[in-house]
Design a protein around this ligand. Structure first.
Ligand code: ADP
Length: 158
């Protein structure tokens, strides 16, 4: 069985992330969604909440998707999960710049880890977690951009 790690902040998980999971499942038997802490993005958002929303949003894929928190180096995490593959989503050229830099850094730590960069569906190429948070924070409707469980969560907490 071949598995792949999909690391990210998932703050919150969006339809764009879900799309990448679905595409990765066409290439791999199992996707391990690794929800990390991202000091740059929003350190305060509760990790357990982001994990819980990912689990609800990806429940339809059953045991082909595992969701876990992680707070170690990606190369170490992948090793611990016995996989040599990492998947990331690509929206724009600026995503590519960032990913390429991250890959180069990680390659120096573990040259055997392979990276799969999957372009998102065009309809989600504009979508980001930070915009979703901003819209939700201002009381806007995010149901078009996120899985139903996430929309429900933000509705309840607003
Ligand atoms: P990070 O803080 O690691 O960038 P994110 O949760 O923002 O975490 O993103 C995780 C991964 O999902 C990244 O590879 C990012 O490019 C990708 N991603 C984010 N939004 C989308 C989207 N709308 N479509 C496709 N991929 C996306």
């Amino acid at each position: 069985m071949t598995s792949v790690v999909y690391p990210g902040s998932f703050n919150p998980i969006t339809n764009g992330h879900r799309d990448i999971v679905e595409r990765a499942l066409r290439l791999f038997d199992k996707v391990i969604v690794a929800v990390g802490t991202s000091p740059d993005k929003d350190p305060k958002t509760h990790l357990a909440e982001r994990i819980g929303l990912c689990r609800l949003a990806l429940a339809e894929f059953g045991d082909r998707v595992e969701v876990e928190g992680f707070n170690v180096l990606l190369v170490e995490y992948a090793r611990a999960k016995n996989t040599r593959f990492v998947v990331r989503g690509l929206r724009t050229i600026s995503d590519f710049d960032y990913e390429y830099q991250m890959i180069a850094m990680n390659q120096t730590m573990d040259p055997d880890l392979e990276y799969v960069l999957l372009p998102t569906s065009r309809q989600w190429s504009f979508l980001s977690s930070s915009l979703v948070r901003e819209i939700a924070g201002l009381g806007g409707d995010i149901s078009e951009f996120v899985p139903p469980a996430v929309a429900e969560h933000y509705r309840k907490s607003s």
